[in-house]
Design a protein around this ligand. Structure first.
Ligand code: SAM
Ligand code: ASE
Length: 350
C-alpha cells in the first residue's frame, strides 16, 4: 500500500471511505462481544476453526467464518495459516482477551454492549437532534428532554447496562484522574453522582487515609450495592438528589462526568450549592473529557459532545469553560491537568 501514501485524499478519498464504513467496524466488534466470540476464544487452550466456534455458540458456520475473518482484518483476532485443506484456526489477540472478553479486571465489554444496544439506536435520531438542538427522548420514550436520567434509567435493564458502562472506564482512566493532583489532606471526599463506586475505589486506593462517600440516587445506590460492590471496598454510599437534597459536608467534592450532562444553568446551581457546603480550604475536582481551547479536537471528545446532544441536555466543554463556571460559583485557584488519556482533571479551592 506504500504507493498510496503519496496520493492525496482528492485523488482517492481513502480516509473518507474509511469513515463512511467505520460503523461496520464498530458493529462487527459489538456483535462478536454479544455472541460471546471473544470469551470463547480467550478461554480456549487452542486455536479454533470457524466450524468449532459456530458449534460452541450455536451460530451458522458461514456467519462465524465471515465475522472471524473481518475481526482478523480489524486485527483483534489472530489466524494461523492453515496447512493445505485444513481449516483456518482463530485465536484471541491479547487486546481482545484483556479488553473485550467479559469479566476481566480491565474489560470494556460493558462499554461495547451499551454502545451497541443503546447509543447506536439513539444515534439514528442524530439528524433530528441536530435540527432541534435537543435530545429526542420525548418522541422516543415519552419522557421530557430535561429529565435525562428518567430516560437513561427507563428500565431496570437499561439502568444496569448504563451502570456497567460507567463502571468500566475507571479501570483505565481512574488512577490518572485521581492522581492528576495531590489530594492528600482532603480528609472527607464525596463523589457526587458516583454511580457504581468505580472511581471511589480508585480514590480509596490512592488516598487510604481519606474517607470516601459515593452520593447518588436511591435506586442507583441500591443497584450499586447489589451488583458492583466488592468485599474489600472501603468507601460508603449515601443516597439523595444532588439538585434537591442537602449535600453531605466534606473537604472535597468529586464530579466525574456530571457537568457534561446538564445545562450551564444547572451546572452553576450545583457548583454554587457545593460551594455553600464545602468546608473552608476544601475543593472540587471535576473529571471530564475536555475539548481543546480552540475546540478543534480531540475528535473523540467532539463526538462525545454530539452524544451528549442525543442523550442529555449537556455538552463537552474546554477547560476554560469549566474554570469560568467554577469562578462564577465562588471557587478560586483553578488548576487544569490534561492526563493524555480520555478524561482530564480540574481542581479548584473554596
Ligand atoms: N460519576 C460516574 C462516572 O463518571 O462514572 C457516573 C456519571 S453518570 C454520567 C451521572 C451520574 O449522576 C449517574 O450515576 C446518575 O445516577 C447520577 N445522578 C443523576 N442525577 C442525579 C441527581 N439528581 N442526584 C444524584 N445523582 C444523580
Ligand atoms: C453520560 C455519559 C455517557 C451520559 C450518557 C452517556 C456515555 C455514553 N452515554 O454522562 C459515556 C461516554 N461518553 C462520554 C461523553 O463520556
Amino acid at each position: 500500500m506504500a504507493e498510496n501514501l503519496s496520493q492525496s485524499e482528492l485523488d482517492y478519498p481513502f480516509k473518507l471511505l474509511e469513515y463512511i464504513h467505520a460503523y461496520r467496524v464498530s458493529k462487527a466488534i459489538f456483535t462478536a462481544c454479544e455472541l460471546g466470540i471473544f470469551d470463547l476464544l480467550a478461554g480456549s487452550a487452542s486455536a479454533l476453526s470457524a466450524q468449532q466456534v459456530a458449534g460452541a455458540l450455536d451460530i451458522s458456520a458461514d456467519g462465524a467464518e465471515r465475522l472471524l475473518d473481518a475481526l482478523v482484518g480489524i486485527e483483534i483476532v489472530q489466524v494461523e495459516t492453515p496447512a493445505r485443506d485444513e481449516p483456518a484456526l482463530y485465536s484471541a489477540t491479547d487486546v481482545a482477551s484483556v479488553y473485550l472478553a467479559k469479566g476481566g479486571a480491565k474489560s470494556l465489554h460493558n462499554m461495547a454492549l451499551y454502545q451497541s444496544q443503546t447509543n447506536y439506536p439513539l444515534w439514528d435520531n442524530l439528524a433530528d437532534a441536530v435540527r432541534e438542538g435537543k435530545n429526542q427522548n420525548e418522541k422516543t420514550f415519552g419522557i421530557p428532554p430535561e429529565e435525562i436520567f428518567r430516560a437513561i434509567y427507563r428500565s431496570e435493564k437499561e439502568m444496569l447496562k448504563f451502570m456497567g458502562l460507567m463502571d468500566c472506564v475507571w479501570s483505565l482512566d481512574g488512577h490518572d484522574a485521581v492522581t492528576a493532583f495531590d489530594l492528600t489532606g482532603f480528609g472527607d471526599m464525596v463523589d457526587l453522582g458516583g454511580c457504581t463506586g468505580a472511581l471511589a475505589r480508585e480514590l480509596t486506593k490512592a488516598y487510604p487515609s481519606s474517607s470516601v462517600v459515593v452520593f447518588d440516587m436511591p435506586v442507583v445506590v441500591e443497584m450499586a450495592t447489589k451488583n458492583f460492590l466488592r468485599e474489600n471496598d472501603t468507601f460508603t454510599f449515601s443516597s439523595g438528589d444532588f439538585f434537591q437534597d442537602e449535600l453531605p459536608v466534606a473537604d472535597l467534592y468529586v464530579l466525574t462526568r456530571i457537568l457534561h450532562d446538564w445545562t450551564e444553568e444547572k451546572c452553576l446551581r450545583l457548583l454554587k450549592k457545593i460551594h455553600d457546603v464545602c468546608r473552608p480550604g476544601g475543593g472540587v475536582l471535576i473529571v471530564e473529557a475536555t475539548l481543546l481551547e480552540n475546540r478543534r479536537g480531540p475528535l473523540h471528545t467532539q463526538l462525545y459532545s454530539l452524544n451528549m446532544l442525543v442523550q442529555t441536555e449537556g455538552r463537552e466543554h474546554s477547560p476554560s469553560e469549566y474554570t469560568r463556571m467554577l469562578r462564577k460559583s465562588g471557587f478560586t485557584d483553578e488548576q487544569v491537568c490534561r492526563t493524555g488519556k480520555t478524561y482530564d482533571a480540574i481542581l479548584a479551592r473554596r
